[in-house]
Design a protein around this ligand. Structure first.
Ligand code: FES
Length: 162
């Protein structure tokens, strides 16, 4: 992300301390995380100490200081999903992706997360990928479900977008 792109975001919300969260959210949406250089630039322009920006960035779950994957895989571990086998689905996802919850694959294609309830308990176990819900999940469905998003990446690469 270039400084002029960050500057455009700052201009959108105003060069004031109260704009900080909106600015960080925009950078997060665009980059899928908050690069240190971007935080330093914003801190300098808004005259906010870097340690204060880091406190904000670590307080909000939607903000991340680590690079995130293009696709976010959220496994519901709430009670209704848990009793229907969510742990086995999570174990299979960990195996397929080679990462634990909170981590991102090396190719930056997937980030794995767990949540406590996605609000569709009757469909449990539920996995959400980029906000798209997959209900009645079981370990044998994991590979096929991920495949759709893996082929997205290949298509983007073929289109020159990756
Ligand atoms: S417990 Fe999983 S959707 Fe509610």
């Amino acid at each position: 992300m270039t400084q002029s792109e960050i500057e455009a975001i700052i201009e959108r919300y105003g060069r004031k301390e109260s704009s900080i969260l909106s600015i960080l959210q925009d950078i997060q949406t665009r980059e899928k995380y908050l690069p240190r250089e971007a935080l330093e630039y914003v801190g300098e322009k808004l005259q906010i100490p870097l340690n204060k920006i880091y406190r904000i960035a670590t307080f909000y779950r939607a903000l991340s200081l680590m690079p995130r994957g293009r696709h976010e895989v959220c496994v519901c571990m709430g009670t209704a999903c848990h009793v229907r086998g969510a742990q086995r689905v999570l174990d299979q996802l960990k195996l397929e992706l080679g990462i634990a919850p909170g981590e991102t694959t090396k190719d930056l294609n997937f980030t794995l997360e767990t949540v406590n309830c996605l609000g569709v308990c009757a469909a449990g176990p539920v996995v959400a990928i980029d906000g798209q819900y997959f209900g009645k999940m079981n370990p044998t469905k994991v590979e096929g479900t991920l495949k759709q998003f893996r082929s997205d990446k290949k298509k983007e690469a073929a289109d020159g977008k990756a």
